[in-house]
Design a binder for this molecule. Structure first.
Ligand code: GLU
Length: 467
């Protein structure tokens, strides 16, 4: 085990967003690579917005992506005693103070500052107060060295300097007694021994305040790495307008976790021109040096392309298992039908998602093929009747029904009918599948077997007779 300790610290106020998933992934990869420790901490101090369902949704999404933590999950709501103690420490050392300014007073000050063209920040009225009336109050951290500056030596962005005049006396405990994010994040990261904080760069502005808190509490300051945001194609922050942003929505849309992992890591990290990375590759190759400084633009086509790659190259047995819920959703029952693994193999090349694969698999399992209207009108016609009858007859005569036998059977059909396969294939495809696009005819025949093939031919011939 190395000294590296990283953490993912989601707030359970909704599903796991793909931006959050990427942050989790970067932390996970680095921990695995360096044989460090990946800690999961649920930041649920915002009692009004945190829910059990969101906690579960985040845990489910992390599990689906394969991001197992080494420690945790810790819950901040179980650590209030510790935070209280640390607030007291700052109060006792004169580094924090009680502020009795009412929301109305603060509003008025803010208003005035804006009117006078000043930055609206707390003016420090209660800093010098020595009485402790029994009245509602917040606790503020006394900004040390108001004329000074704090430099965040960021592992991705480089050195970023913040002048303290931009900051004010931060509220560390609300009037209801609950501690605030910037305070608890520092206490937890320090107490949990986190050595490197990797998080979204929307937190970069919080970092100088947090560094000052580390120092005031006598903690060692960790390293920081702020990862650029993910943007939509219009270069605006990624949101639902750009498509699904929840990790689990991608599961439901038929994406494989390895495709999403590969996609997310590349969105912000690169290694030469390489595009395809398994989790094992990533654990070996990932490093913060490869993380770019500019925001990544979410590209759904590329994600789809990666997904089709992983479907094409995936293990058919695993894909068959993953496909079952999608078949159920499409109301396709596989009971008593062709071998699902064989069906999957026939569709891997032609399915970009499991949803597509389930749709493509449906014809194999239907008792009666559903004809596409135009395809039926064009191909289930008197013109093709005698050819279809020949196919039926020749196939019915076969004892074996493997690829070779089927190929030979068709040589015979071509000989009898004098037709090239080009003339036979398409009508037959419609007979067997209902449509004009499908896996290869020989593959389909082999998978559905002789009996079903003959039955489908007979039904088509009967349909033509009834026309
Ligand atoms: N809980 C914070 C969030 O979800 C993350 C805090 C952090 O990583 O420091 O945005």
């Amino acid at each position: 085990m190395s000294e590296l300790r990283v953490r993912f610290a989601p707030s359970p106020t909704g599903y796991l967003h793909i931006g959050g998933a990427r942050t989790a992934l970067f932390n996970y990869l680095l921990a695995k690579k360096e044989q460090g420790t990946f800690v999961l901490r649920i930041e649920d101090t915002d009692l009004a917005r945190s829910t059990e369902e969101s906690v579960q949704a985040i845990l489910d999404a992390m599990e689906w992506l394969g991001l197992r933590c080494d420690e945790g999950p810790y819950y901040q709501t179980e650590r209030f005693g510790l935070y209280q103690q640390k607030v007291m420490q700052l109060l006792n050392e004169g580094k924090a103070y009680r502020c009795y300014c009412t929301p109305e007073e603060l509003d008025a000050k803010r208003q005035l500052a804006m009117e006078q063209g000043r930055k609206p920040k707390y003016d420090g009225t209660c800093r010098k107060r020595i009485d402790h009336p029994d009245a509602p109050h917040v606790i503020r951290f006394k900004l040390p060295n108001p004329e000074g500056e704090t430099v965040v030596a960021d592992q991705i962005k480089g050195a970023v300097t913040f002048r303290h005049e931009e900051l004010d006396d931060l509220i560390i405990q609300r009037s209801d007694g609950t501690p605030t994010y910037n305070f608890v994040v520092v206490v937890d990261d320090a107490e949990m021994g986190i050595t490197l904080v990797i998080r979204g760069d929307d937190h970069l502005n919080n970092t100088p305040r947090q560094i000052l808190l580390y120092q005031a509490l006598g903690y060692q300051v960790p390293l920081f790495a702020h990862v650029p945001m993910i943007l939509g194609s219009d270069k605006k922050r990624l949101s639902k307008r750009h498509g699904a942003t929840s990790v689990m929505a991608y599961k439901e849309l038929g994406y494989l976790p390895e495709a999403l992992v590969n996609y997310l890591v590349r969105l912000g990290w690169s290694l030469g021109d390489e595009e395809i990375f398994s989790m094992t590759d990533l654990i070996e190759k990932f490093s913060l040096e490869g993380v770019g400084r500019s925001a990544g633009v979410f590209n759904p086509e590329k994600l789809l392309w990666l997904n089709s790659h992983y479907i094409k190259t995936g293990d058919p047995d695993r894909l068959a298992d993953l496909l079952l819920p999608f078949l159920a959703a499409a109301e396709v029952s596989v009971d008593g039908g062709p071998e699902l693994v064989e069906v999957v193999k026939s569709l891997q090349e032609r399915s970009a998602t499991l949803v597509e694969m389930a749709a493509g698999a449906a014809f194999y399992y239907r008792d009666e093929v559903l004809f596409d209207e135009a395809a039926q009108a064009k191909f289930i016609t008197a013109e093709h009747q005698s050819m279809l009858m020949t196919v039926r007859e020749v196939l019915a005569q076969q004892r074996d029904f493997d690829h070779d036998t089927i190929e030979k059977a068709f040589a015979k059909v071509m000989e009898i009918t004098g037709l090239k396969f080009g003339k036979i294939g398409q009508p037959l495809r419609v007979v067997l599948t209902g449509g004009t696009a499908s896996p290869g005819i020989y593959d389909i025949l082999q998978i559905i077997g002789k009996e079903r093939a003959v039955k489908r031919l007979e039904r088509a011939i009967a349909l033509i007779n009834n026309c």
